[in-house]
Design a protein around this ligand. Structure first.
Ligand code: BG6
Length: 484
């Protein structure tokens, strides 16, 4: 059914808006979720006109349609308002434009604010939306915000408090775009729709779980942001811990947002919070250095634009989380994420136990792999018999693995999340209790590293990270499971 809503996008001239937001809104338009009764106000400091703004939006969706008329019908819903987020007077102008568009497009007072800007502005914007009465209480009013949600527990708490003075938790949609990905959403299907896995999903049968978020790209043009963040805050605090909690949570009573949230929070609470000493033992970091890989010369991280020459920011993290509850006691969850690695690959490996086998030798551990991207699918390694005379065990792989396009309708993560926000469904968003616990766990690691002045481990661009990452598992008698 067609949605009735007015969107206001703060940061409308930015890269994120063009790369993700406009294309996702256009996809929803093509699907009929948005049709007549919607309008978009784009705001930012630059003095653009409506016409110029529409050209930018048109360019951002050019690869999604050959139908010029359809694209124009869509962009006609876009309006631009130059805006300084700390100038109260500008919110009055925004309110007048918003009210005009609300009646023109019959949006029933429903509003979604999308903050595609640095988090330091979030509190300020929210306060003004209230004080200048841009919020009217007539329809639903939701705020969608991008990561990072703070830089530590204390800054995240401040940020949250400032938002909560204006919006309640049910109105705040914190994006973690991994939660919009098709295969992340499939984790619950794998776990709870397959008795064969559900029955084995515990320390009785699982030896360890490995979560890898590998990227082939470097920091690109985001050195300014990334150098102040690093892989721990950029990936582990949010995406990786979200995925871990979906893997570790107990079965929710119902498959709805509140029930799932309750279980995810419990799982996160059960993750052991390390002392600084334990954190140093269980987490390692690294930074990429220049190397030739695949016939190409890659520069080192410290030579990237907007990165300090003596930067100690980690571009790679590997770590071990332990969960102190009945289901997971003794099962390490190994995680790793890094830039400029051998290939782009986001995967989960569930490695099953392999107790000594009285009948056969060479029995391999069964491994269930969930491929998140760039290919999507699953594989399961099982032991078979080698063809021919004699009796040798031969590990086989049952695989269902395809490019994302194979699934054809696989929607873009942002498209899924936008639609959820429109429907008021917060299941695939990050909630305060999750963000808070994640920061508690991550702050300890950060503090442990910050007090350690020893040399930062390096890894050559195009490798799978520093040696320390492999040693982390070796010392537990294990290794990373990574097959092409
Ligand atoms: C973002 C990080 O949240 O996720 C980036 O800030 C990272 O550093 C990106 O590159 C990875 O997302 P995806 O969807 O390309 O795997």
């Amino acid at each position: 059914m067609e949605k009735q809503v007015l969107f206001t996008i703060f940061g409308a001239t930015g890269d994120l808006a063009s790369r993700k937001l406009y294309p996702s809104l256009f996809r929803l338009f093509k699907r009929g979720e948005l049709a007549e009764n919607f309008a978009v106000i784009g705001t930012a400091r630059r003095p653009w006109t409506d016409d110029y703004y529409r050209e930018i939006v048109l360019a951002s969706i050019s690869s999604l349609s050959n139908d010029k008329r359809q694209a124009e019908l869509f962009t006609n819903h876009f309006y631009y308002q130059s805006h300084d987020v700390s100038d109260s007077g500008h919110y009055a102008t925004l309110k007048v434009l918003g009210e005009k568009l609300a009646s023109q497009y019959q949006t029933r007072g429903n509003q979604i604010f999308f903050l595609a800007m640095a988090p330091r502005f979030f509190g300020n914007i929210a306060q003004h939306l209230k004080s200048e009465k841009v919020l009217t209480g007539k329809g639903f009013e939701r705020i969608v915000i991008e990561k990072p949600f703070g830089e530590s527990l204390s800054t995240a708490t401040e940020l949250n408090d400032s938002l909560r003075q204006v919006f309640d938790e049910s109105q705040i949609f914190r994006i973690d775009h991994y939660l919009g990905k098709e295969m992340i959403q499939s984790v619950s299907a794998v776990r709870f729709a397959n008795p064969i896995f559900e029955a084995l999903w515990s320390n009785q049968y699982i030896d360890n779980i490995q979560i890898t978020f590998a990227e082939a790209i470097g920091v690109e043009d985001r050195g300014g942001y990334y150098d102040g963040s690093g892989a721990l805050k950029d990936m582990i605090q949010n995406h990786v811990l979200q995925v871990l909690s979906l893997l570790a949570m107990e079965k929710p009573v119902k498959f709805d947002g509140d029930s799932i949230l309750a279980e995810k929070v419990k799982a996160l609470q059960a993750i052991r919070k390390y002392s600084h000493e334990e954190a140093k033992e269980s987490f390692i970091r690294g930074q990429y250095v220049s190397a030739k890989f695949d016939g190409q010369d890659f520069i080192g991280y410290r030579s990237e634009p907007k990165v300090a020459e003596d930067s100690r920011t980690e571009t790679f993290v590997a770590g071990k989380f332990l969960i102190d509850n009945e289901r997971w006691a003794g099962v390490p969850f190994y995680v790793r994420s890094g830039k400029r690695l051998t290939e782009k690959g986001t995967r989960i490996n569930v490695v099953f136990k392999n107790e000594s086998n009285p009948l056969f030798e060479n029995v391999q551990q069964n491994v269930l792999t969930i491929y998140i991207q760039p290919t999507e699918g699953f594989s399961l390694t099982v032991n078979g018999k080698q063809a021919g005379s004699g009796f040798e065990i031969d590990p086989l792989r049952l695989a269902f693995r395809h490019d994302a396009e194979y699934f054809g309708n696989s929607p873009e993560a942002y498209e899924t999340l936008f639609l959820d926000a429109l429907n008021g469904n917060s299941m695939n968003f990050s909630h305060w209790e999750e963000a808070k616990r994640a920061w508690e766990l991550i702050d300890v690691v950060r503090e442990a590293w910050d007090s350690d002045s020893s040399e930062l481990p390096e890894y050559p661009a195009g490798s799978m990270g520093p040696i320390a990452s492999f040693k982390l598992l070796e010392k537990d008698g294990r290794s990373w499971n990574w097959k092409p």
